[in-house]
Design a protein around this ligand. Structure first.
Ligand code: FAD
Ligand code: AMP
Length: 483
């Protein structure tokens, strides 16, 4: 097998595999090294996202949502389905099948595009050489004109709640419960904690989410965060802000085990609560263990991220880094777009990424999705803005679908009308936000959206109406602004 390449990518997640495919499409001789082994020790591409992240979590969110709807939301349509039951094993097996399908799909795409796959560990050496250790221990030295580091991230562990068997788990363990825990604790009310908490709450767990920060979803627009807090409460997600976990103890209870969690509540009082399972979802950290030789020359920043410029160049010429190991949001689409940008730069094209236009989504029900600035950021930066808001309760399509929680909010510059941010909570928010992302990429004003024809009846009309509301002209709500 060849050992010389134009591009070697270390890591085959959504950053690395996309970079490898794009580089090959550009006519570059490309290799990708990936170390992942599945439960049966079979090599797998796709990284965190496909194996234990975005895709499996969405598979469980969709299954649990259907179960919940069948139990609670069909009656109103006149549909009666009798006793609704959930076979958790079947749900988890379906999720595993989707993961199998998608990860082997990447293997197929590598073959189709002529990307050489190396199954094992990659380590960046000096002088653009890469040490490859195959799963059988064989070591080969590879070299390339350009190297892309895409080694991703791993869950943060906190000393008060170390991972313990299948009782104190991280996101990986939480995707594989074989029965519904009666009492489920979740540490961290971030994206992962809320999504996984929702899955098991829908299936009947009593879920308590312990969040150290005093403010719920502090990074979101606070209008959205407040609405989400109210809705999650109705869904019996018991979210306790200002609750810092300080300890945990796994105890025997008959033949079973349970975990007692100690935390300080918002008043600083020590509290204890016992759960059947505990999910630790306190964030993720960049993963560079074993991937950089001492003399590789690649610099890390103070938080352990690989230090890069706006175009993902590291401190070593010809070595790039993308995705979760570099600054910016830890999101699959951000990793992939950085992969495309870097492959294009290596191929000699001018390429750049607009970091101001990366959408974020939380896939609860309703979904939360946003892009651009929040109201609190605009206020802090002293930017004068106009806000237009439209509730799904006033959307005919949302009413027909019996899915009327939430709203769309568009923020536009007061002087230029240019869209600065869009914040959505509601059914299909993850898909609706793309409209605002495209508008912002094109530098649109709120009026541009207001003058666009939207199909009726669609939930998208809420985006149209929110844009109209920016100047007090929404049709289906009373929103006249004083002139
Ligand atoms: P990764 O996907 O982590 O891939 C890195 C790969 O590099 C891994 O496969 C690893 O095995 C490999 N590797 C590491 N070191 C080496 C080495 N030395 N040699 C060879 N291989 C190596 N993001 C979204 O955008 N949307 C979502 O809905 C979403 N949901 C999520 C849900 C959960 C539960 C989790 C945990 C994450 C979720 N994310 C989501 C985040 C998303 O998974 C990450 O942002 C994304 O996977 C980052 O891509 P990456 O390519 O940088 O890294
Ligand atoms: P995210 O980074 O979006 O996945 O969110 C992780 C959340 O976990 C953050 O909101 C943190 O405040 C929270 N967190 C971190 N450590 C603790 C702890 N010891 N107890 C409770 N919450 C925590």
């Amino acid at each position: 097998m060849s050992t010389k390449f134009d591009v070697i990518v270390i890591g085959g997640g959504p950053g690395g595999y996309v970079a490898a495919i794009r580089a090959a499409q550009m006519g570059l001789k490309t290799a990708c090294i990936e170390k992942w082994l599945d439960k049966e020790n079979k090599p797998r591409l796709g990284g965190t996202c496909l194996n234990v992240g975005c895709i499996p979590s969405k598979a469980l969110l969709d299954s649990s949502h259907k179960y919940h709807d069948a139990k609670e939301a069909y009656d109103v349509h006149g549909i009666s389905v009798g006793k609704v039951t959930m076979d958790v094993g079947t749900m988890v097996d379906r999720k595993d099948k989707i993961v199998d399908q998608l990860t082997s799909g990447i293997t197929g795409l590598f073959k189709a595009n002529g990307v050489t796959s190396f199954e094992g560990m990659g380590k960046l050496l000096a002088n653009k050489k890469v040490e490859f250790t195959a799963h059988d221990g064989t070591v080969t030295t590879l070299e390339a004109e350009n190297i892309i580091l895409a080694t991703g991230s791993v869950p943060v562990n906190i000393p008060p709640a170390p991972r313990t068997g299948d009782i104190i788990v991280d996101n990986e363990g939480a995707l594989d419960f074989r029965e519904v825990p009666k009492r489920l604790g979740v540490i961290g009310a971030g994206v992962i904690g809320l999504e996984l908490g929702s899955v098991w709450a829908r299936l009947g767990s009593e879920v308590v989410v312990l969040e150290a920060q005093d403010q719920f979803l502090s990074l979101c627009d606070q209008d959205i965060a407040k609405e989400a807090g109210k809705i999650f409460k109705k869904q019996h997600l018991d979210i306790r802000v200002g609750a810092r976990v300080t300890g945990s103890e796994v105890k025997k209870k008959g033949k079973k085990e349970e975990v007692e969690v100690t935390f300080l509540n918002a008043q600083g009082e020590e509290q204890k609560q016992t759960f059947d399972k505990l999910i630790v979802a306190v964030g993720r950290k960049p993963f560079t263990d074993g991937c950089l030789a001492a003399d590789s020359g690649v610099k890390l920043d103070e938080r352990g991220f690989v230090f890069v410029d706006e175009q993902c160049r590291t401190s070593v010429p010809g070595v790039f880094a993308i995705g979760d190991i570099v600054r910016g949001p830890m999101l699959a689409h951000k990793a992939s777009e950085e992969g495309v940008m870097v492959a294009d730069i290596i191929a000699g094209h001018k390429a750049q990424m607009n970091y101001d236009c990366i959408p974020s989504v939380i896939y609860t029900h309703p979904e939360l999705a946003w892009v651009g600035k929040t109201e609190q950021e605009l206020k802090a930066e002293g930017i004068k803005y106009k806000a237009g808001k439209f509730p799904f309760a006033a959307s005919g399509r949302a009413m027909a679908a019996n899915d009327t929680d939430g709203f769309v909010k568009i923020l536009a510059d007061e002087a230029t009308d240019r869209i600065l941010g869009c914040h959505i909570i509601g059914g299909h928010a993850a898909d609706l936000i793309a409209q605002a992302v495209i508008a912002m990429e094109f530098g649109s004003t709120a009026e541009d959206i207001a003058l666009t024809v939207f199909a009726h009846p669609t939930v998208s009309e809420a985006v149209h109406e929110a844009a109209l509301a920016v100047d007090g002209h929404a049709i289906h709500i009373a929103n006249r602004k004083k002139r």
